[in-house]
Ligand binder design. Structure first.
Ligand code: GNR
Ligand code: NI
Length: 184
């Protein structure tokens, strides 16, 4: 079990559409273990595999409160099969966009179909934080981030800030722009 690095914007991989999980085998279960370790350590209430660089339709989640017992959940190949017309607004954050929080409007309730860790088909109707978090994570599987649901002005401000930070610390590898000519 390993804590893995979480990708931060403007990392291009975060924009990939993740692939269906084909087989639930030992390596996949090891990946799930890494995702839980990484998610709990962060700490976060959800994690999509692409956030640790694995473009698979795989999510870990635990929306239990601090005082409540752990409630680890795994969603494999999740699909939203129904969304409510009524919406709810929640202040969201993302481990791939650290320390930025903004209100997002989403359907209040959804019904999802998915496979559990034993490969068994499951259905779940979610509301509240579980619904919000599931929609946030399923967005990740499609290369969508919560800042895509806020105003372009706010999104552009956030992207600018993180591009600048990546340029300062990581240089060209962490940046989605052209190679720097200042090295050497
Ligand atoms: O830890 C997280 N908290 C959170 C809060 C409100 C809405 C969504 C989330 S998910 C986030 C972890 C994360 O980035 N998952 O992709
Ligand atoms: Ni996120």
């Amino acid at each position: 079990m390993a804590i893995r690095d979480i990708l931060i914007i403007p990392e291009k991989k975060l924009r990939l559409k993740s692939e269906l999980v084909k087989t639930i085998d030992k390596p996949l279960r090891a990946l799930v273990d890494d995702m839980f370790a990484t998610m709990y350590e962060a700490p976060g209430i959800g994690l999509a595999a692409i956030q640790i660089g694995e473009p698979l339709r795989l999510i870990t989640m635990d929306v239990a409160g601090k005082e409540e017992p752990k409630d680890p959940r795994v969603f494999i190949n999740p699909e939203i099969v129904w969304s409510s017309d009524d919406t709810s607004t929640y202040e969201e954050g993302c481990l791939s966009i650290p320390e930025y929080y903004e209100e997002v409007v989403r359907p209040a309730s959804i019904k999802v179909k998915f496979l559990d860790i034993d490969g068994k088909e499951q259905e779940l109707t979610a509301e509240g934080l579980l619904s919000t978090c599931l929609q946030h994570e399923i967005d990740h599987l499609n290369g969508v981030l919560f800042i895509d649901h806020i105003s372009k002005l706010k999104r552009d401000m956030v992207m600018k800030k993180f591009k600048k930070a990546a340029k300062k610390s990581g240089g060209d590898l962490a940046n989605d722009k052209e190679p720097s000519h200042h090295i050497g």
